[in-house]
Design a binder for this molecule. Sequence first.
Ligand code: HAM
Length: 416
Amino acid sequence: MTLKAIPGMKDLLPPDSTQWAAVEKRARAHFFLYGYQEIRMPLLEETQLFVRGIGEGTGVVQKEMYTFLDKGGDSVTLRPEGTASVVRSFIENSLDKKEPLHKFYYIGPMFRYERPQKGRLRQFHQIGCEVLGTRSADADVEMIVMLHDLVSDLGVSGFKLEINSLGCAENADCRPKFLTMVKEYFTAHATGLCEDCQKRLETNPLRIFDCKKEPCRAIASKAPVVSDNLCGDCAPHFAHVKQGLQDLRVDFTHNPRIVRGLDYYDKTAFELTSDKLGSQSAFAGGGRYNNLVSSMGGPSVPAVGFAIGLERLMMLVSPESLPAEKPTIFLACLGEPARRKGRELVRILRTAGVSAEMDYDDKSLKSQMKRADKLGCQFAGILGDAELEKGLVMVRNLATREQVEVTDLLAHFKKL
Ligand code: HAM
């Protein structure tokens, strides 16, 4: 039997891997401009981290986690997202005592046992950002603008930014009051809800908004919305976020139906969506989570963050906005003496930062030139007995077909 990758887990092969690397490089450059630093967390964490962090009643925790007992009998889980791990690391390393404000980014695989389909995998990748240490709506605005500008810079067009406020749990007149209204509303429509949603009505009525089944969606579409019921702290916060986005001319719509699929959010929530993605239309999502750090046993540190789904993003990125890096020169060598010299020359070029290729086998000039074309090299160098004798290399520009004799290859390419 041939061995195959697990369903929903894919190899990333060239040229896709090159494009991914280019997107990651662009993202890192953006994050540097905004003062973010990289954090790398383990892929495997204690199961309780995600149960407590993401919320017991969420679809992710209930159905989608890769959870197993390790050899010591401890329950561990392959991370389904990055925020809970960042918060665990923040608390474990007492980062609040080192700096008042932290800006982190991470890039890496996440695991959710979902039904694989276009844009939905079991091992997928996220580029995520988290800012810990401020309540200011300016941080929400800056983060959304950074996400918007990164995605635009990657040549993604026609995407939508949707924002909402989920209110807060602290003020009885805010989300608690809204939850009571939602519960009353869904209780009145309980007979029309699916079995799962009838259970959610008892455990976590907000999660009914995540249900994909048509009857539940129809009922949810007429439910009260949280952003109509914000308290004296959340309403101005939301107004500030909207004003900030308007000031910076970032288009958005207020979608009062965004609730996000994870329990830790309060106040701002946002998503980027695109019609080009089919049913999995959200390619990035995030929001504020002011209570997650304290609820996980840490200090009271407010935070905001987002994650982009790389597979979905790559379906939207325009290849023209990511010029692929190609080798500069292919040195076609004819005969062993030329190949000996060639090995030395490509080493000199590579050491100086000029990407250079040559064949490992003694092939014909025609086949070597074909390979130079295939690799997309800008130049081919030809080195045979005659060139060797004269102490030069014939350098051909593969676009213009112009040829020059070059005695010092490195100096020639440095000049270019
Ligand atoms: P999320 O909305 O669950 O948020 O995931 C963020 C993005 O990951 C989604 O918009 C989507 O593009 C991608 N994604 C999720 N599941 C899959 C899947 N099965 N296959 C392919 N792509 C997927 C979070 O994970 C939060 N941690 C984001 C955040 C950071 N909030 C605050 N900070």
